[in-house]
Design a protein around this ligand. Structure first.
Ligand code: GDP
Length: 701
């Protein structure tokens, strides 16, 4: 079977927005219009639109999936069946605590529609995501939404984009009227006006540009034309020679410039009032990349470590990335994946090269707005879901077992914050374990553990809000009511020195005794190396059958350090000697001896506390530079770099997480709300002695 849509007609895109800018409304409208147009395309019957609208109202549109597929024929080519495109909408979470999720989605999408509220223009969150998109080289279009709102301003919003995000943002439309009088759009390439009529704005009518806007439209058209021809030598010559340049030529050049991140096309409208969303879709088709427009995907040969390139073609070896494991109410665990090269057929096997095992491909599905479609095969550039994989997590590479490789990994940081969760009732308690397990499977930065002393459940994640959201999801999706305690920094412990230690657990008074005796060597390892247990027993001073018990004893002791009871990391324990008793030795005795010996050894190896150090980036107008850096220094922070970006300062620093609680509020008050920041885990580092003392005291209470 050949592919349904040639790769040139595929778009893998995300909608990126500040919370409340209208991402949900825009997505919903996109799914609505694409559903309508697709249905019309199939049936060619005027009544279909209304029928479809009725059905939609009853069923509702699902827009929460990690990726939803839809179809779009541009409005200017609506009778041309060959102009239909497949658009895969990839969900992008907007919140600052979910930088991992944002990065993960940017890794698999090729282009983005950035949505703005035209009342507020650029907001800090958008700025953060914008810079991530810059890092990943994602081509973008901007949609100035909510133009119908009181106080909405197309000009001011555009100015804020140019000022704070990118000076090469240029409108390809102008709004006709604003606020309550916002009635339609002028297309600056075609130089025509359009109105959106019908119950849902589904009927688009063409008009002449209103008399009172002719001058303004002409100026905006000329500015756009100049901007485009500057990026294309052939057109530039034509322009100077005053030769005619067609709309098609301008569009082709604008597409090239957008893909090269030289121009950011700006469109506008009101999703809520059903104005302009169809033209957003036209712009996605016209200006955002197809998978074929991208450079080949880089992978690493697992044997040689050499770089391998995979091209977005059906006949290349299969290579794909699992980017989200989601709990689906109908099919259970659903693994969303993006195919970078090759073809995957149902019933075959793939290699999970990250984990080193094969997976059988039972069912491949595609999520539409209101149904799931089972498919037999899936091709380069497409996005789909796999049902029933045994053990594949977010970030794993799935590839052809004959042509193994690992794609550039998405690195997931260690959780840095923990809190207790308490179920409200007995019934909640029973469901909570399952719910937490499911959520942890989906989200590699979320962990669940138990407090060995109290038996409480502890959840760990990337920030306060991250944990809040997960507790909220437990309630909404799993019907589990739970209360979260105060979030705490996830400290760790390690050692700076080394020691030899002896652990003896011997009781030999009457009846069967206890006998366990070990000698251990404890050494520090470099930061990030983790924990290592080495068995170096020679000559049977401890029989083999007891070695696992020794290891178990050490493993348990590692979870509670001697300084303040935090988990120990980055050390190596070598079991090198010991003794046993023919009758009295037991696994239990060796386990206790090992744990005692280990604790003794750690005490003598200069144990210290470690704390998470965060990478902080603040973006603010220059005038606040002094206040911001002063505040960072007072938080035990270190300034790493200060750079200019347009007319703002970008301040990079490293600050201990424990000093960052409430930073959003602090920053808002020192900059009157004009700065934004991102925070990301960087590494663990030693806690200074005076600070450590306070932490230890706090733990004792
Ligand atoms: P999200 O948080 O980005 O997903 O935003 P939503 O789509 O949920 O929208 C946030 C609020 O803005 C909701 O109350 C919407 O009804 C409203 N909204 C969205 N688009 C528009 C628009 O074009 N005009 C107006 N006036 N309100 C809108």
């Amino acid at each position: 079977m050949a592919r349904q849509y040639p790769i040139e007609k595929v778009r893998d895109i995300g909608i990126v927005a500040h919370i409340d800018a209208g991402k949900t409304t825009v997505s919903e409208r996109i799914l609505f219009y694409t559903g309508v147009s697709h249905k019309i395309g199939e049936v060619h019957d005027g009544t279909t639109v209304m029928d479809w609208m009725e059905q939609e109202r009853e069923r509702g549109i699902t827009i929460t999936a990690a990726a939803t597929t839809c179809f779009w024929t541009p409005t200017y080519a609506k009778d041309d069946k060959t102009a239909e495109h497949r658009i895969n909408l990839i969900d992008t979470p907007g919140h600052i605590d979910f930088t991992v999720e944002v990065k993960r989605s940017l890794r698999v999408l090729d282009g983005a529609v950035v949505v703005f509220d035209s009342v507020s223009g650029v907001e800090p969150q958008t700025e953060t995501n914008w810079h991530y998109a810059d890092d990943y080289g994602v081509p973008r279009i901007c949609f100035l939404n909510k133009l119908d709102r009181m106080g909405a301003s197309f000009e001011n919003s555009l100015a804020s984009i140019r000022d704070r995000l990118n000076p090469h943002a240029i409108p390809i439309q102008l709004p006709i009227g604003a606020e309550a009088d916002f009635v339609g759009l002028i297309d600056l390439l075609r130089m025509k006006a359009f109105h959106f009529e019908g119950e849902k704005g589904e009927i688009i009518t063409e008009h002449e540009i209103p008399e009172n806007m002719k001058e303004e439209a002409k100026m905006a058209h000329d500015a756009l034309l100049e901007k485009i021809v500057e990026t294309d030598d052939v057109l530039l010559n034509k322009f100077f020679e005053k030769k005619e340049i067609t709309v098609a030529e301008l569009k082709a050049a604008l597409r090239k410039a957008t893909l090269a991140l030289k121009i950011i096309p700006v469109v506008t409208g009101s999703a809520l009032k059903n104005k302009g969303v169809q033209f957003v879709l036209d712009a996605v088709v016209d200006y955002l990349p197809s998978p074929k427009d991208l450079p080949p995907t880089k992978g690493i040969d697992m044997e040689t470590g050499a770089e391998i390139l995979r091209y977005p073609k059906e006949d290349e070896p299969f290579a794909s990335l699992a980017f989200k494991v989601a709990a689906d109410p109908f099919v259970g665990a659903l693994t969303f994946f993006r195919v970078y090269s090759g073809t995957l057929k149902k019933g075959t096997y793939v290699l999970n090269s990250t984990k080193g095992h094969q997976e059988r491909i039972g069912r491949i599905i595609r999520l539409h707005a209101n149904h799931r479609e089972e498919i037999d095969e899936i091709f380069a550039g497409e996005i789909g879901g796999l049902v029933g994989l045994k053990d594949t997590s977010t970030g794993d590479t799935l590839c052809d077992p004959e042509k193994p490789l690992i794609l550039e990994k998405i690195d997931f940081p260690e959780p840095v914050i923990s809190a207790r969760v308490e179920p409200k009732t007995k019934a909640d308690q029973e469901r909570m374990g399952m719910a937490l397990h499911r959520l942890a499977e989906e989200d590699p930065t979320f962990r669940v553990s138990g407090d060995p002393d109290t038996g409480d459940t502890i959840i760990s994640g990337m920030g306060e809000l991250h944990l809040d959201v997960l507790v909220d999801r437990m309630r909404r999706e799993f019907n589990v009511d739970a209360k979260m305690g105060r979030p705490q920094v996830a400290y760790k412990e390690t050692i700076k020195g080394s020691a030899e230690a002896e652990g003896k657990y011997i009781k030999q008074s009457g009846g069967r005794g206890q006998y366990g005796h070990v000698r251990l060597k404890i050494e520090s390892q470099e930061r990030g190396a983790g924990f290592l247990f080495v068995n170096a027993i020679k000559g049977g001073s401890i029989p083999n059958e007891f070695i696992p018990a020794v290891e178990k004893g050490v493993n348990e002791a590692v979870t509670r350090g001697v300084v303040a009871g935090f988990p120990l990391v980055d050390l190596k324990v070598t079991l090198y000697d010991g003794s046993y008793h023919d009758v009295d030795s037991s696994e239990a005795a060796f386990k206790i001896a090992a744990s005692m010996g280990f604790q003794e050894g750690v005490k003598n190896s200069k144990p210290i506390l470690l704390e998470p150090i965060m990478k902080i980036q603040v973006i603010a107008p220059t005038e606040f530079l002094g206040d911001i850096t002063g505040d960072i220094s007072s938080k035990r922070g270190r300034i790493e770099a200060m750079n200019d970006r347009f007319n703002t300062k970008v301040i990079d620093s490293q600050v201990p997480l424990s000093e960052m609680f409430g930073y959003a509020t602090t920053l808002r008050s020192i900059t009157q709300g004009r700065a934004s920041f991102t925070m990301e885990f960087d590494h663990y580092d030693e806690v200074p002695a005076n600070v450590a003392l306070a932490i230890i005291e706090g733990r004792k209470k």
